[in-house]
Design a protein around this ligand. Structure first.
Ligand code: NAG
Ligand code: NAG
Ligand code: NAG
Ligand code: NAG
Ligand code: NAG
Ligand code: NAG
Ligand code: NAG
Ligand code: NAG
Ligand code: NAG
Ligand code: NAG
Ligand code: NAG
Length: 368
């Protein structure tokens, strides 16, 4: 379901893309030198387009995107939101200043039991997504969360690289005794789904569980409350003839979200998977004014293939190691570009219609 998740902040991306001419990009249509960075939504630009999610393989050159902030082991909790930037558009790339940015939607702090991050889904915001400012290039990541519930509401904890290697925990809101695992390599949607379902959890809405990715160079294990429930080996997804490995292997951001999969613009299969259309007249929704998911903590234990030396700040992409697999190197270059502010104001003026058309085309092809 990653292609939908990617399109969550459609309106924000249209506005920002319009500001910069709305040119689209992909691996065969790279960005021009004048707007060199291909954003995670597939539009060319400068400034914040070059930060988190900027796709090096679709940008003007491999080094057009800003270097990606290097992994740092940490136990993130949410007693307050001082480490969260509430609008990713204003992020300038300083991962020392913020651990998380809000790409879309709204968050509140329950501040019960020391504070929890509550991600809201409303008919107006169309879901909430946060991304970590730092990347993980192998490591163990555990999120303690309570999922949302009701038909059409999906909660997700995933890792996503800038070339769309992805590892998932997903929770459709009618299945509150299940967790679903999945992974994708470079955004390719396989003929047969690689997803699995883990059953018989105690209610995921009512109870906190620890959901873990133990992502190592040769094995990827999904765990619940510390118990392994699925393991994928690199060997099992490596083509022994061509040497091409379809194993997630590029630095990834951690993403937390709640999103409305059950809306009538979703593909039928998506709506079914999500447990039907969202009922905006649901009593919970009317009483609370939102659907929501709660995040108690996120812990990150980095396990880079080599230890970063002194002065290392970031990861950068380089030439392929094997076909289709770019090399990843440490760098001591800055990750900060101080992205320009106030993009949306300009956005509303120039190129809205062109960008809207481009975004709808993108949506159409992603749902096809
Ligand atoms: C890349 O974009 C171009 C122009 O929009 C389009 O013609 C082409 O099909 C796209 N390629 C892929 C692989 O999506
Ligand atoms: C995170 O918490 C675990 C468990 O208490 C601890 O072992 C680990 O050292 C902590 N990590 C950091 C970076 O503080
Ligand atoms: C949550 O409560 C703690 C302790 O009372 C307080 O220090 C903190 O500022 C509160 N956070 C928010 C977001 O209200
Ligand atoms: C990045 O943020 C940290 C913490 O707020 C601050 O000390 C540092 O000066 C900032 N770096 C730059 C280059 O602005
Ligand atoms: C972030 O700010 C931009 C520009 O002001 C605005 O268009 C966008 O809606 C904001 N996003 C969120 C999630 O508030
Ligand atoms: C889940 O529980 C049901 C009912 O008790 C049982 O039939 C089923 O085998 C269990 N599934 C797993 C994977 O343990
Ligand atoms: C490739 O070879 C390894 C080692 O023999 C084996 O474990 C793996 O299953 C093979 N990969 C595939 C996709 O068949
Ligand atoms: C889709 O949902 C929107 C918002 O709830 C509603 O206005 C619209 O009429 C619906 N369209 C169809 C075809 O059901
Ligand atoms: C939701 O409630 C409103 C007001 O009672 C009503 O007009 C509307 O038809 C209801 N929508 C659905 C989908 O039941
Ligand atoms: C950054 O890396 C370059 C090349 O490896 C090295 O020459 C330089 O001394 C490093 N600078 C710092 C500040 O570590
Ligand atoms: C990586 O390999 C693929 C397949 O051979 C090729 O199309 C692509 O241009 C290469 N990219 C880089 C950055 O070397």
């Amino acid at each position: 379901m990653h292609q939908l998740l990617r399109l969550l902040p459609l309106l924000a991306s249209i506005a920002a893309a319009a500001a910069q001419g709305g040119q689209t990009c992909n691996a065969t249509k790279l960005c021009p030198a004048t707007a060199p960075c291909c954003s995670e939504y597939g539009f060319c630009g400068t400034g914040d387009f070059c930060l988190g999610g900027c796709n090096p393989l679709s940008s003007f050159s491999l080094d057009s995107c800003m270097p990606e902030p290097v992994c740092q082991s940490a136990n993130h909790t949410f007693a307050d939101f001082s480490r969260i930037l509430s609008n990713a558009t204003y992020f300038g790339g300083n991962a020392t200043e913020y651990d998380w940015v809000v790409n879309q939607g709204n968050i509140i702090n329950t501040n019960s039991s020391g504070g929890e991050l509550e991600m809201l889904l409303t008919q107006a915001n169309m879901g909430t997504r946060l991304s970590s400012t730092r990347y993980v290039h192998y490591g163990q990541i555990t999120t303690r969360l309570k999922t949302g519930r009701w038909g059409g509401v999906v909660t997700a904890f995933i890792t996503m690289s800038d070339i769309k290697d992805e590892i998932d925990w997903e929770f459709p809101g009618t299945q509150t005794t299940q967790g679903q695992t999945n992974f994708f390599w470079q955004g390719v949607i396989p003929q047969t789904t690689a997803g699995t379902t883990i059953d018989n959890l105690t209610d995921t809405f009512a109870n906190y569980h620890d959901y873990t990715f133990d992502w190592q160079p040769d094995t990827l294990t999904w765990l619940i409350d510390g118990s392994p429930v699925r393991t994928l080996t690199r060997a099992s997804v490596t083509d022994n003839t061509t040497g091409i490995s379809r194993y997630p292997s590029t630095p990834s951001r951690i993403e937390l979200s709640i999103w409305p999969a059950g809306i009538n613009s979703s593909a039928l299969g998506t709506i079914e998977w999500a447990g039907g259309l969202i009922d905006w007249n649901n009593t919970d929704y009317i009483q609370n004014g939102h659907f929501s998911a709660l995040v108690k903590s996120v812990s990150v234990q980095c396990n880079d293939p080599a230890a970063p030396g002194a002065g290392v700040t970031s990861y950068v992409y380089g030439k392929n190691t094997t076909a289709f697999t770019p090399s990843i190197a440490f760098s001591n270059a800055t990750t900060i570009n101080g992205a320009p502010m106030g993009l949306a104001g300009a956005a509303l003026q120039a190129g809205w219609a062109a960008a809207l058309a481009a975004a709808l085309a993108l949506l159409g092809s992603a749902l096809a």
